[in-house]
Design a protein around this ligand. Sequence first.
Ligand SMILES: Cc1ncc(COP(=O)(O)O)c(C=O)c1O
Length: 414
Amino acid sequence: MGIYNGYQCSICNAIFQPDENIYVCPHDGGNLDVLLDVNEIRKSDSKQRILNSTEASIWRYLPLLPIGEPGGQGTPLRVVGWTPVFTTKRLQAELEIERLWIKDESRNPTASFKDRASAVVVARAREIGAEFVVTASTGNAGAALAGMAAAVGQKAIIFAPRTAPQAKIAQLLVYGARVILVNGSYDQAFDLSVKASEEYGWYCRNTGYNPFTAEGKKTAAFEIWEQVLISKKELKKNLCVFVSVGDGNIISGLHKGFKDLKALGWLATMPRIFGVQSKGSAAISNAFIAGTEDIEPVHSETLADSISVDLPRDGVRALRAARETGGAYILVTDNEILGAIRGLGKSGIFAEPAGAAAYAGVVNARKEGIIGSDDPVLALVTGSGLKDIRSAMQAVAKAPIIEPNLKALKKIIQ
Ligand SMILES: Cc1ncc(COP(=O)(O)O)c(C=O)c1O
């Protein structure tokens, strides 16, 4: 376990003790940051232990996480994270970028980035003896919670909009969670799940609400540090990290991870963090452009269901992730997201719309001159294309159907 001193409100800076089971600041509803005891960690041999670790998962970073040994040996809970980083010459050439990496989060056990958060929350739930863990989800957070909970026999309850893609709902059911489909939006499912957790005393995993989710997500920053920043020391400019944004908790988690490394003195230069939102769900981007921290809800509409959010629950920290690192918010259309699904697919990476959005953001940032050819770039593909086949099929032309003979084949192979 990493040594931690409690929680700090991201709005009013109030401090809360580690043994308090709270979610957001009781004074102003601000998201809470977990405070690592950097002085104690610095004095230990944690850095060498991490760099020499043979654990190919997020658990190599236990010295920097606010939980103890999670258990679950031999189960999917043990193999979350340590996802591969690919370079693709094809995409580099297409975008005229000298260095481009894709970090493929679809390799996680339930096929999305959300496993990182759910694994840490499930470990926490077991530590505090929670009987039930509940979450609202557009699909992936729920699938991740259901999968990680199933791996260790933890009971899970998921609220998802009834319109969530079928593959995601199938995952929830197959993992054996109690699934409640809400006849409403993700935001309505979120509010209901919070009320239900208060009513029944369930432990709530909600994204942008439970402080442990960002702690799980920060492990991706630690991996980028090891896989790119340490091993490619020759980078001449700051790494530009692109990630898609809905509630804003992945981007906040990444920022937290880099800030932890910086505070420990293990990271020399902060990467620039770029949030990518759909034009149809752009509440955080709107505030970024307006130069404010007041986030006005929108009526979200985008085919990228995982980032379709009216009121982002981690908006302020998500804004700061870009503002404080010299990044930006980039908007993409649904058509551009479909183009990105095709582009990534041709390089062997199959992304769901929200997963491809980050890459669509790189394309636009390059077109608009926001990044140059010599800026090193890493885009996170946060979820697998198998999660949403309907959207994948919209990205491509239909395959021809022919009679089973050569004559018919010759007609179409001209
Ligand atoms: C595949 C995928 N990408 C991106 C996101 C956005 O994450 P956040 O809501 O933390 O901004 C989600 C959230 O569900 C997701 O499932």
